[in-house]
Structures are given as structure tokens and as C-alpha cells.
Ligand binder design. Structure first.
Ligand SMILES: Nc1ncnc2c1ncn2[C@@H]1O[C@H](COP(=O)(O)OP(=O)(O)OP(=O)(O)O)[C@@H](O)[C@H]1O
Length: 357
């Protein structure tokens, strides 16, 4: 187990900054997901940590030892890291067991020991019966398990995973998520897991690093990212957050709260401690945080645009009558029949004032 420290890491390709001053501190044994839209620099960051790319600026330390700087790059094979890619990268001409034992062979580990460690690793991912098969005769999920076993066999202190579930169908992804958590618990290795799927990141990671255009925008536990996004991009990216204007922000008597005007009505929402009075702010609310107001509640007037049955709830798309251009959504658990054009009153159960930039 080792911690990883990235300090002001930068990388450009053909003059374009792809990773722009990223500092990140991954604790010993921590599971960190790196999340962000396509092209934001996630894979490049991972390749820098792995040692496949050289740094333009900054430094990377693994377990207290500097492995990359502007002047120096320790080669990947000397970093004691395991890497799992989305395309598994299994050798097609080798059996499953040979694939798992290959790195051990390269490292000069004798056949008996190699065999034992390969079998143990295959057993850990429930694939002990498949050692003699060719990778081509396995399903996608099984291949990904073999790729995990291969990592496990070489007993890395740090694992780098680049969208390892991207090629799997939705059911397999859910079962592989469990597999990763079990794998993490079992090995105690530090993990850096790249994904653009926020629900996957939320389900797996201790902390999530959200990247946008090469920069690290927020690094926090999933709950903190969801509840307290630091800017608009994170607010929208995580959990379908809606961002819209609030007016006349006043600090509330309750610490960590503020009273704001939302579509003409006053509501108490969460805010950073020390939130100042302000004429305007941006607010983040998730669909589950609005509710249909009862007669005794204060709500803002709105109009239903469409109702979608989602099994566990109805998704109600609507707009506030005060600002009809902003599309809003709430989840309703009542059986109350609503149809497009209905007038409703909407309660604000929770919300977050996005800190001013
Ligand atoms: N070797 C390279 N040469 C030139 N440009 C590159 C190279 N590698 C990556 N890029 C560019 O750097 C940017 C970031 O790429 P990167 O693969 O790191 O993003 P990503 O966040 O992993 O994207 P995705 O989720 O789509 O895989 C992209 O614009 C990409 O085209």
C-alpha cells in the first residue's frame, strides 16, 4: 500500500495544455475515481502516473519516492503498479492462466510459485475453472475478471484502472462494481479509477477528483460533491443537479444556511459557513429536493410540462411561472394525477448556494 502525491502536474500536446496544474493527494489504500467529460485529460493524467508520458512541469511521488519530474521519469515497470484498461489487453495466443502469470514470468519468478499465485488470483475473481481457456472463449465480464486477476497476481501497491467497465453491458457493470469493491477490500491497494460515469464513481470511490478542461475542479467524497459542489460544472455533472439563479441571499440564523429568493418566494437552503449577504447567487437543486407543496407549505407557482412514469416515482418536468425558460424537474412519489399544463406549487426541501468564484 502506498500513497500518491501529484504536485502541479502539467502536460501539453502540440502546444495544447491537456493536464493543467493538477495537484492531488491519494492516501494509502484509498480508492479515488477521476471523473470528467470526454477529453478533459483523465487518461493523460493516468498515463503520467503510470510513467507512459513525461511531465512538462510538477512532480509525482509514489510511496514517498519521486517517480516523475520535469527532468526524470521512472519507467512504468519499475513503479510496482497494476494497470487495467477497458479493452482488457489480454494476449490472445496465451491461455487465461498464462496471461495471469506472464508478468511474474518476466520478473523471473519460478514456475511453481507462478502457478500458485496465478491460481490464487484466478480464485479471487471466481475464475479458477477457466485457467486453460483462451481469452477469445470468455465473455467480456470474464475477460475483465482475468485482467483483474493478472493485476492481483503481481501484487501491486497501486492500481490504475482506465474505464475498465466501459465495454460491458449494464447488468455486468453492476456486478463488476461489486467485484472491484471486493478486490479493493482484499488487496488494500491504492486505486486510481478513471471513468466518465458519475454513478460508477459515486458507487466505488472514497473520493472523486472531478476534472474539466485539464484542471482539477473539486476533490471530495461522493456525498460532499453531490451536496456541496464548488462550481456550476460539478453541480450539473453530479446527480443531475439543476443550476439556476437565486436572489437576495441573506445568511440564516442556522449555521451553514442562507435564506434566498427562488422564483419570487423565500426559502432556507444550505450555504458555505460565512456566506455573505449578496444580491444574486447560483443555486444547485437535485430533482429529489423539490416537492409538490401542500396547502400549508410555501411554494412557488409552476406549470407542468410533462410527466414520465419511472416505476419508483413520476418524473415531472416543469417550469416556474416567474422564469418559464429554465427547465426544471422534480420526482413525485404521490399518485396524484398531473398532466401537462397543470398548475402546481413547488416546495424547496433542500438546496445549495454555489460559492461565488
Ligand atoms: N498523444 C497525444 N497527442 C496529441 N493529443 C493528445 C494525445 N493524447 C491525448 N491527446 C489529447 O488530449 C486531450 C485529453 O485526452 P485524454 O485522453 O486524456 O482525455 P479523457 O478525459 O481521458 O477523454 P475520454 O474520456 O474521451 O477518454 C484530448 O483533446 C486528446 O485529443
Amino acid at each position: 500500500m502506498v500513497g500518491i502525491v501529484l504536485e502541479n502536474v502539467a502536460k501539453s500536446f502540440t502546444g495544447k495544455r491537456v493536464v493543467d496544474g493538477v495537484s492531488l493527494d491519494v492516501n494509502d489504500g484509498e480508492f479515488v475515481a477521476v471523473l470528467g467529460p470526454s477529453g478533459c485529460g483523465k487518461t493523460t493524467l493516468l498515463r503520467l502516473v503510470a510513467g507512459f508520458e513525461t511531465l512538462d512541469a510538477g512532480s509525482i511521488r509514489i510511496g514517498g519516492t519521486e517517480v516523475s519530474s520535469r527532468q526524470f521519469t521512472l519507467p512504468p515497470e519499475k513503479r510496482n503498479i497494476g494497470i487495467v484498461f477497458q479493452n482488457y489487453a489480454l494476449w490472445p495466443h496465451m491461455s487465461v492462466a498464462e496471461n495471469v502469470g506472464y508478468a511474474l514470468k518476466i520478473n523471473g519468478i519460478n514456475a511453481a510459485e507462478r502457478n500458485r499465485r496465478s491460481l490464487d488470483a484466478l480464485a479471487a475473481v471466481g475464475m479458477e475453472a477457466f485457467g486453460g481457456r483462451a481469452p477469445a472463449d470468455l465473455s467480456g465480464g470474464q475477460r475483465q475478471r482475468v485482467a483483474l486477476a493478472r493485476c492481483l497476481a503481481s501484487d501491486p501497491s497501486l492500481m490504475l484502472l482506465d474505464e475498465p467497465l466501459a465495454n460491458l453491458d449494464v447488468h455486468l457493470r453492476a456486478s463488476m462494481e461489486k467485484e472491484f469493491l471486493e478486490f479493493h477490500r482484499r488487496t488494500g491497494a491504492s486505486m486510481i479509477y478513471i471513468t466518465h460515469d458519475q454513478s460508477e464513481a459515486m458507487a466505488l470511490a472514497d473520493r472523486i477528483a472531478v476534472m474539466d478542461a485539464g484542471r482539477l475542479v473539486q476533490f471530495a467524497a461522493p456525498r460532499a460533491l453531490y451536496r456541496e459542489p464548488q462550481n456550476e460544472m460539478v453541480a450539473r455533472f453530479i446527480g443531475g443537479g439543476m443550476v439556476f439563479p437565486a436572489r437576495n441571499v441573506e445568511p440564516a440564523a442556522r449555521p451553514g444556511h442562507a435564506i434566498v429568493e427562488i422564483f419570487g418566494t423565500r426559502h432556507q437552503v444550505r450555504a458555505k459557513p460565512g456566506q455573505q449577504q449578496a444580491p444574486d447567487a447560483k443555486l444547485c437543486i437535485h430533482p429529489g429536493e423539490f416537492g409538490l407543496a401542500g396547502t400549508e407549505d410555501d411554494g412557488f407557482s409552476a406549470t407542468v410540462e410533462r410527466v414520465i412514469y419511472r416505476g419508483s416515482h413520476n418524473q415531472i418536468d416543469f417550469h416556474a411561472d416567474a422564469m418559464p425558460d429554465i427547465p426544471l424537474t422534480l420526482h413525485s412519489y404521490d399518485e396524484q394525477p398531473l398532466s401537462p399544463g397543470s398548475s402546481i406549487s413547488v416546495r424547496v426541501n433542500d438546496g445549495w448556494v454555489i460559492p461565488a468564484a
